[in-house]
Design a protein. Sequence first.
Length: 280
Amino acid sequence: MGKIAAHSTSLIWTDRRGQLEYRSSDRLRHFNYTDHDRGKYQVSKSQIKALVFDVFGTVVDWRTSISRQAAELGAKHGVEANWNKFADDWRAGYGVGMAKVNSGEDEWKIVDQIHRERLDVILDEYGFPTIAEDEKVEFNKAWHRLDGWPDSTDGLLRLKSKYIIASLSNGNIALLTNMAKYANLPWDAVLSAELTGKYKTHTRAYTKTAELLGLEYDEVMLVAAHNGDLRGAINAGLKAALVTRPDEYGDAKQPDLEPEPDFDYFAKDFHDLADQLGCS
């Protein structure tokens, strides 16, 4: 393994010291991770039949992609702003909207609708002039146009050579299908919480996905960069693999970089996971 670095964060893997370190400003966190220790996370590869993936943050770099597209909209309308913060503020409505649906406070809404309701609020907060409805509709589809991480396409292809691979995202089917075309994501199936009637981390979002694939729960492994999502999968009977994405939030939030003790796999990217799973 080598060294992965960013301007504000760095994730360091070393075979010699067997240590994963995460640096953020004045913080230093580390997780001892030797090849010997790695074995305690792994379940039998033959037991796993399908890998299902969280998408936002795990497969695609939503923050940079939204920031870039927002900056283009701002330039068109003469608005200057911190576009990374704009992306964060837009994203903030996502979790709140889904929680209201799962609790029954709101009727079922797809993520496109949740994003649009939040967009109407933040365009005003950021001082945009009146924007035509068709332009708002098109800009709301910025979430359909998210770039994959550098390892996403090739790493997924390697994993696909041995396993069924599918999305398991809260994003709606149309969003995920368009994103797959845009970012060249080679899914065997586009699966979504939209098909389950509940958003992650509700148990039904995970169990229904396994049922749709015709598999037992423990034959399916969720791959995600977020420990809370992986905890939901484990609680539902699925397997769990943490793949770290140290740059997902920039300086705005600390990512999950350490696995919980009962996670089955722990990898620095999709290629590392493919190596551990014996994919060509």
